[in-house]
Design a protein around this ligand. Structure first.
Ligand SMILES: [Cu+2]
Length: 284
């Protein structure tokens, strides 16, 4: 509910200001006084928004019902109107009701919850893979489908003074992860040292990066733009300074970008996957 309201409000604001015309790339980052989730750009984030709305309805209903009961009991059974208080200690009917009703509510919550959990867990038909590795304190992104090109992504603006040229303090990086739009991207998350957590709220993605262990998740960004996140697991003194920046570009722009990265890394342009890259390396 709140989620839809928020989208309607932002839509209205952009209509008035003309700030976000259709087709203009989105930039998803925290906004001042923001109360709601960031606008969703992946199917998983959409579903998280809907689930959040469902929970909000259930929570509000329960809160209003319990508050109403309290007010009723306070008035109906007040001391001045009841000089001889009731000594009732058991009532089988209401005991069954207050046991069964919460169970039913939990079942209603559990079904979409598990469905969403398994939907977000693994990519059904991944079109490409990016390996995310956490370091103290930056991220590295490898593209195993492109000769294992690896880029390192470090914070670009630690202070307000450094946040020039459109850079966002604590969120922009020197080397963002780049992915094509409308593509199912499998993400393998791991860590080099301590536990980190790779998260992009607009994608509905948050995965722990554990050393010696690969976690899997996926996203399919449906709008081009730049999306930000932060390490979500306290990982040392610079935990607050290892942002996540993902640039979602058109498929053509991505092809050009990855070709350029391969050229810079000296990987033959014909190399597509890690296996053929290592075969080429041993042949030389
Ligand atoms: Cu970290």
């Amino acid at each position: 509910m709140g989620h839809k309201l928020d989208r309607a409000t932002t839509g209205l604001i952009s209509l008035i200001t003309g700030a976000a015309l259709p087709g203009v790339a989105l930039a998803a980052q925290p906004e001042r006084w923001e109360l709601n989730l960031q606008p969703a750009v992946t199917p998983v984030a959409e579903k998280i928004g809907s689930f959040h709305d469902l929970l909000l309805v259930i929570i509000i209903t329960i809160t209003v019902f319990v508050a109403g009961l309290l007010v009723y009991v306070m008035f109906r059974f007040r001391a001045s109107a009841n000089p001889n208080p009731s000594r009732t200690s058991h009532n089988t009917l209401i005991e069954v009701l207050w046991t069964v009703a919460p169970i039913m509510i939990l079942v209603v919550i559990a079904i979409p919850s598990f469905r969403l959990l398994y939907f977000s867990d693994k990519a059904a038909d991944a079109e490409m893979t990016v390996k995310v590795q956490g370091y103290q304190w930056y991220w590295a992104y490898s593209y195993p489908d492109a000769g294992d090109v690896t880029i390192e992504s470090r914070i670009a603006a630690r202070t307000a003074e450094e946040a020039t040229d459109g850079k966002i303090r604590l969120l922009s990086t020197d080397n963002p992860m780049v992915v094509p739009v409308d593509t199912v991207v499998r993400v393998i998350v791991t860590s080099d040292n301590v536990i980190h957590s790779w998260a992009v709220p607009a994608f509905g993605v948050q995965k722990y990066a554990n050393p010696g262990h690969a976690n899997e998740t996926w996203f399919k960004a449906e709008k081009t733009g730049t999306y930000y996140g932060m390490c979500q697991q306290i990982c040392g003194s610079d935990h607050g300074f290892m942002p996540v920046e993902v640039k979602v570009v058109s498929k053509e722009e991505y092809a050009a970008w990855i070709a350029q990265q391969k050229a810079q890394a000296g990987i033959p342009s014909t190399t597509t996957n890690v296996a053929s890259a290592s075969a080429a390396a041993t042949a030389n």
